[in-house]
Design a binder for this molecule. Structure first.
Ligand code: NDP
Length: 409
């Protein structure tokens, strides 16, 4: 029987919810490109339930224990004395969500002698050292498409929030003010703006589609060019490289995976080629942007705003400069873990486990690494390499004080 080690984020500070806010969530029939939704034989949860925190257990406990497997769930993932590091030694399967990533570095993989499968409950497996996974025969799989639309909605929200200066304006109301000039001195319409995406995969394309009705001019750069009919439908301008795109854009949104080609892509040099006062939205991965270059650009006004939900490491230490830099609209890593998304990636995780334990091949669109090489979606969208360097810094958060917002405290 197998030992499955699952790392999830903590329950709400007010405790695991006793009831859901809404009675149900909309039923989606298939993903926009026709890809089938997850197809587990059964689910043991109610869609819309909080599944991604430790008490939610991705709805997997009954299924795994009925099969006789050992199922360990923890949020304690960083540092040598963490539950994750201790339990990893004889784990067969690791499940982790990118929002609260259990970094699988080469050092940790070397200690995990029995590990055969690393599942990302969500999308983006850069928290796994993919080179080390390939060398050690570990299959890496993720629930492709499960939260792509969730992220695209978040991107549109963040573009509008930044450009229209929503967050400071909201804050004036909370502070009992009526300071219209203070609110609008940084507020514009997006109508007519040039908006470009770095990558037009599942998320990038969904962002473009959602922005079209705003009467903006849409741009993209991607490794492979989109089909002509899509370019025409959305009136897209294609750029063969990121430099030529950022030069003409008022807003840039990053939707590429993190690997050696995209790590640190937005550094001082690239940011200096952007229009003065451009906005940058990054919901892909924190390491795609040079942390300090972003701070410098906001302080100088080269960037008018930066928003996103991805940081490095995660959780971000209390003194991470993105928490306090000017004109930002950061959230913790949440865009891909709405309750709607959780239902899909929990079901997809179960589908992967059902296939694995019954010896059936995993869907190729779920595969990142298999048989010692990049496979499936990994072969199409990623590159080999390791993006986990520096992840041990995440342990700093452990000692930091958890701050409870006054609205829930
Ligand atoms: P897809 O695999 O559908 O799309 C990735 C796209 O990136 C592909 O179109 C690929 O192009 C393109 N790409 C790869 N390398 C480059 C490059 N160097 N320059 C430009 N484009 C490039 O994935 P998704 O759209 O679903 O997700 C994208 C990323 O978003 C994930 O890898 C993850 O890091 C992040 N994400 C974040 C979430 C969150 O909660 N914040 C949740 C889900 C994902 P091609 O196809 O031509 O190779």
């Amino acid at each position: 029987m197998a030992k499955i080690l699952c790392v999830l984020y903590d329950d709400p500070v007010t405790g695991y919810p006793k009831t859901s806010i809404r009675d149900n969530i909309p039923e989606i029939k298939h993903y926009p490109d026709g890809q089938a939704l997850p197809t587990p034989s059964k689910i043991d949860f109610t869609p819309g339930q909080l599944l991604g925190s430790i008490s939610g257990e991705l709805g997997l406990r009954k299924f795994l224990e009925d099969l006789g497997h050992e199922f360990i769930v923890t949020s304690d993932k960083d540092g040598e004395d963490s539950v994750f590091e201790k339990e990893l030694a004889d784990a067969d399967v690791v499940i982790s969500q990118p929002f609260w990533p259990a970094y699988l570095t080469a050092e940790r993989i070397a200690k995990a002698k029995k590990l055969k499968l690393a599942i990302t409950a969500g999308i983006g497996s850069d928290h796994v050292d993919l080179d080390a996974a390939m060398q050690n025969g570990i299959t890496v799989a993720e629930v492709t498409y499960s939260n792509s639309i969730s992220v695209s909605e978040h991107v549109v929200m963040m573009i509008l929030s930044l450009v229209r200066n929503y967050i400071p304006s909201y804050q004036w109301v909370v502070n009992k003010g009526w300071n219209i000039a203070d609110c609008v001195e940084r507020s514009y319409d997006i109508e007519g703006m040039n908006i470009g995406t770095v990558a037009a995969g599942r998320i990038g394309l969904a962002v473009l589609r959602r922005l079209k009705p705003f009467d903006v001019k849409l741009h993209y750069t991607n490794r492979h060019r989109l089909p002509r009919n899509i370019e025409e439908e959305l009136n897209l301008t294609y750029h063969p490289d990121v430099d030529s795109m950022v030069k003409v854009c008022d807003v840039v949104t990053i939707n590429a995976p993190l690997y050696h080609e995209t790590e640190n892509l937005f550094d001082d040099e690239l940011i200096s080629k952007m229009k003065r006062g451009a906005y940058l939205i990054n919901t892909a991965r924190g390491k795609i942007c040079d942390r300090d270059a972003i701070v410098r650009a906001l302080e100088s006004g080269q960037l008018a705003g930066y928003a996103g939900d991805v940081w490095f490491p995660q959780p971000a230490p209390e003194d991470h400069p993105w928490r306090t830099m000017p004109n930002h609209g950061m959230t913790p890593h949440i865009s891909g873990t709405s309750l709607s998304a959780q239902a899909r990636y929990a079901a997809g995780t179960r589908e992967i486990l059902e296939s694995w334990f019954s010896g059936k091949p995993l869907r190729s669109e779920y595969l990142i690494v298999d048989g010692g090489k990049l496979a499936g979606t990994g072969a199409r969208s990623y590159g080999a390499g390791n993006a986990t360097g520096g992840s041990e810094e995440a342990v700093k958060f452990k000692t930091a004080k958890q701050i409870i917002p006054s609205s829930v405290g």
